[in-house]
Design a protein around this ligand. Structure first.
Ligand code: LCS
Length: 397
């Protein structure tokens, strides 16, 4: 039994078997900003990194630490740093690594705020940002340069559902630019479906607001990587640059939510497949973007690299007006941004999550103002389908 490796369904429940004070089964919430030292020498040693132990909750907290260790295990990384949002994790990660004069090669389809950070803010720091289609390996080969310090993309891109071949991109990037860190936003897939580090990526970032917490009541993020990279991200990106620290209450809620990640993802993926098939055969829908449908351009990559196809679906109506009318006609689906919750959420990327992008940027990212995005929840799929059906009938006359 000693070499036995636990399956993901077990890891989400047990993590690395922390022994809680007083034998508590659930993680205690260490609601404290600071930690009392036994002596001046001990305080000095902790600051000098010569002695393990907590100092101040911006640098680490036992509840948050238990969560970080569980997420590191789930993603197969040496260490993890928790942040108070996904954007905290992304900005903390890139600003820890990139310097003036570096080249960042990123996919052109990204969550809207990541897109804004990369295209508006990073260039102000002298970082050269280039956007390409990362799912096209020839484009990757043509654009990686000796000074490319980071390659960045989303496992399943928000909102076009493009799937990038993590293994192929990582292998090529490392062969021509060994110092380059391949960074993957694994929010849409979660470690239940893909482990980017095991496919060759260097850093994984997450909005834990989504599937990892899973209950729509927390904003949080993670960065996961090797120990040395993580040390830099924690001591620079978290401690000094963003200060975007996750509080212990939120850490507790995510520890609780994570316990059901495997069963939630299984049910959500199964439901999403049924909903995608319904959308695919609906005469009201022009095009369905779901990597689990064989006509999806990245179906083969998704089959190879993903355990299941995920819970996110996008679909295009015939006009912007029809898309808007559908959003106003749904009754069960909640008209809200975010994703990965128990409730099915529906939103309009062009005017909501990606409203900071110009029409040209939206087109380049592979979608339009006719696109609706659906985060399939845990309801009975037949009820989600019935809701969409009645909304189509009302909206498309
Ligand atoms: N990465 C991805 C892929 C995301 O979709 C989001 C948020 C973030 C990072 C940022 O995470 P946050 O700071 O919000 O925790 N995506 C959202 C979305 O599609 N709708 O609302 C938020």
């Amino acid at each position: 039994m000693s070499n036995h490796t636990y399956a993901p369904a077990t890891v989400v429940v047990h993590g690395n078997h922390p022994k809680n004070p007083a034998g508590a089964l659930a993680a205690p919430i260490f609601q404290t900003s600071t930690f009392v030292f036994d002596s001046a020498e001990q305080g000095g040693s902790r600051f000098a990194g010569k002695e393990d132990g907590f100092i101040y909750s911006r640098l680490g907290n036992p509840t948050t630490r238990q969560l970080e260790e569980k997420v590191a295990l789930l993603e197969g990384g040496e260490d993890c740093t928790a942040f108070s949002s996904g954007m905290g994790a992304i900005s903390g990660t890139v600003l820890s690594i990139l310097r003036c004069g570096d080249h960042l090669l990123a996919d052109k389809t990204l969550y809207g705020c990541t897109f804004a950070l990369f295209t508006e803010k990073l260039p102000q720091f002298g970082i050269e940002v280039e956007l390409i289609d990362m799912s096209n390996l020839d484009e990757v080969k043509a654009h990686v340069r000796p000074n490319t310090r980071m390659v960045y993309f989303e496992t399943v891109a928000n909102p076009s559902m493009k799937v990038t071949d993590i293994a192929a991109v990582s292998a090529h990037v490392h062969s021509v630019a060994p110092q380059c860190l391949v960074t993957v936003d694994n929010t849409f897939a979660s470690p239940m479906l893909v482990k980017p580090l095991s496919l060759g990526a260097d850093i994984v970032v997450h909005s834990a607001t989504k599937y990892l917490n899973g209950h729509g009541d927390v904003i949080a993020g993670f960065s996961v990587s090797r120990g040395d990279i993580m040390h830099t991200i924690r001591m620079v990106g978290l401690k000094d640059v963003t200060g975007a620290v996750l509080g212990p209450q939120e850490a507790y809620l995510i520890l609780r939510g994570l316990k059901t990640l495997k069963v939630r993802m299984d049910a959500i993926c199964q439901g999403a497949m049924e909903v995608a098939k319904f959308l695919d055969q609906s005469p009201r829908v022009q095009k369905v973007f779901f990597p689990g449908l064989p006509q999806h351009p990245d179906y083969e990559v998704a089959k190879r690299e993903m355990a299941q196809f995920g819970g996110m679906i996008a679909f295009e109506m015939k006009s912007f007006e029809e898309a808007k009318a559908v959003l106003n006609a749904v009754k069960l689906c909640a008209l809200a941004v975010s994703l990965g919750d128990c409730e099915t959420l529906i939103q309009h990327p062009a005017s909501m999550t990606h409203s900071m992008c110009t029409r040209e940027e939206i087109e380049a990212a592979g979608f339009s103002d006719r696109l609706i995005r659906l985060s399939v929840g845990l309801e009975d799929p037949a009820d989600i389908i019935a809701d969409l059906q009645q909304a189509f009938e009302k909206a498309c006359r």
